[in-house]
Design a binder for this molecule. Structure first.
Ligand code: BES
Ligand code: MN
Ligand code: ZN
Length: 486
């Protein structure tokens, strides 16, 4: 998709070269601000009751006399925020995307001029609206014809709108990569597939990519990661991908993504219903790849390292069993009481590995607990941190990128549930507060650096009719990386 800005006054939109025109309107829109022709169309629609200034409302008009664009859509926004702009866009796009539009012109007639935040939201909204999974579905509907999107803005705002679009495009490309990876079924998206995705990023964007195999992981003493991987015929991979935007001595930001390419639960096997959804259990890994892609395109002056422990969680005669005790890379032992709590096992060794990178901060991202979905639903990611500063940065990044998270508590009382009679800790605690106990488990491996954990079990994918990956939290993470580089 080709995104451009069109620095032109609203009054001139009727003459603009495009085959569809999407105008975001709102309570404070003076129809007259759109010029005579479009203004008349809008006020007529308002007067006739065909459109009301109520958030969510849209009106599609065909062949408005005097307007060059063949299709005109008015979409009503709640206010001038980037979030309301995005919602209005998505509503408006619904009536255009199936048609023959190749070049779309987007404009806002809200009193407050469009800025970088709205512009940043545009590419992602277009992608979200047009995305169709097709890799294993030849019968999927034909791709949209849309090729070009122009965004009309004030001449005075054009520099910041341009910067917003640039960020938005990179983030959307990262989201697309994460979504596509996560949507791939488990027999396609294997640990080696993730490694290949990382290698490809390395080639295309100049990242340094290292892929460790079982032998390397054994040498490092990653007993917890090995325990999860040992039940599967798919070989494990441990991926380390480096983006260098700053000097060698600059401590890197480290992103660790859970890469379980399929989670059956292992010997503590999951119920059959909806188990297919556990192909999304590499959503954290996908978001690390997507973020690296976005960052490598934007080239901020910061060092970022992505770490992905990748394997399958399978039941078999070689699988780890409830009650088995294993030794993590940190030297702490773990009693595996439930083999379905595997995410924390692969992450804890990756978090210990992160120490050798002397990180400025470490953020892990994982579809870690069903309990997090119960707590926060599918809207906000769960965020846990041992650092108030880091927590605040992540919270702000999520708000700015319209990819919100919510900080959860980590009182030491929650740690008590992890007691084991046979090891330094158990891998599960009581059912209540399950997302928090999981975070408390990870915390035991992160004493050496500022750390945060994002539980994306709810936000990384949707269930039901719209089942599929969301590509989240690539927007949050990219915004966070950019904010750390500022
Ligand atoms: N991958 C799952 C978490 C999950 C569940 C993600 C539902 C998305 C939707 C994770 O490995 C898991 O199985 N967690 C267990 C932990 C429990 C055994 C302590 C869970 O949440 O039930
Ligand atoms: Mn599991
Ligand atoms: Zn899992």
């Amino acid at each position: 998709m080709d995104f451009k800005i069109l620095a032109a006054p609203l009054k001139d939109l009727r003459a603009a070269e495009a085959d569809a025109l999407l105008v975001v309107v709102g309570e404070d829109t003076e129809p007259g601000s759109l010029g005579k022709v479009l203004g008349a169309a809008l006020s007529q629609a308002l007067r006739g009751g065909d459109l009301a200034y109520k958030p969510g409302r849209c009106l599609y008009l065909h062949h408005v006399t005097g307007v060059k664009a063949r299709r005109v859509v008015f979409a009503v926004a709640k206010d001038a925020s980037a979030k309301a702009f995005r919602t209005a866009l998505l509503n408006g796009l619904a009536s255009i995307k199936g048609g023959g539009t190749e070049h779309l012109l987007v404009a806002s007639s809200l009193a407050q001029p469009l800025g970088s935040a709205q512009a940043q939201a545009l590419p992602g909204a277009i992608d979200d609206s047009l995305y169709v999974y097709r890799h294993t579905k030849p019968s999927a509907p034909a791709a949209s014809k849309l090729r070009r999107v122009s965004l009309a803005c004030d001449v005075a705002e054009s520099a910041s709108v341009h910067e917003g679009l640039r960020r938005g495009e990179a983030i959307a490309a990262g989201v697309a990569l994460a979504r596509e990876c996560a949507n791939r079924p488990g027999n396609h998206c294997t640990p080696e597939y993730l490694a290949n995705q990382a290698r490809r990023l390395g080639k295309d964007f100049g990242l340094t990519v290292q892929v460790l195999q079982r032998k390397d992981v054994e040498k490092l003493g990653m007993g917890c990661f090995l325990a999860v991987a040992q039940g599967s015929a798919q070989p494990l991979r441990f991926i380390v991908a480096r983006y260098k935007g700053a000097g060698k001595s600059a401590a890197p930001l480290v992103l660790v993504g859970k890469g379980i390419t399929f989670d059956t639960g292992g010997i503590s096997i999951k119920p059959g219903a909806d188990m297919d959804e556990m192909k999304f259990d590499m959503g954290g890994a996908a978001s690390v790849l997507g973020t690296l892609r976005a960052v490598a395109q934007l080239k901020p002056k910061i060092n970022v390292v992505g770490i992905i422990p990748a394997c399958e969680n399978m039941p078999s005669s070689t699988a780890v069993k409830p009650g088995d005790v294993v030794t993590s890379m940190s030297g702490q032992t773990v009693e595996i009481l439930n083999t379905d709590a595997e995410g924390r096992l692969i992450l804890c060794d990756a978090l210990t590995y992160a120490e050798r990178l002397k990180p400025a901060a470490v953020v892990d991202i994982a579809t870690l607990t069903g309990a997090c979905v119960v707590a926060l639903g599918h809207h906000r990611s769960g965020m846990f941190s041992t650092s108030d500063e880091l927590a605040e940065q992540l919270d702000r990044a999520g708000q700015t990128a319209l990819d919100p998270c919510w900080r959860m508590p980590m009182d030491e009382e929650y740690d008590e549930g992890l007691k084991s009679n046979f090891a330094d800790m158990a891998n599960i605690g009581p059912r209540a507060g399950g997302a928090i106990t999981a975070a408390m488990f990870l915390k035991r491996y992160t004493a050496k650096y500022p750390w945060a954990h994002l539980d994306i079990a709810g936000s990384a994918w949707k269930s039901g009719a719209a089942k599929g990956a969301t590509g989240r939290p690539v927007p949050l993470l990219t915004q966070f990386v950019l904010s750390r580089a500022d």
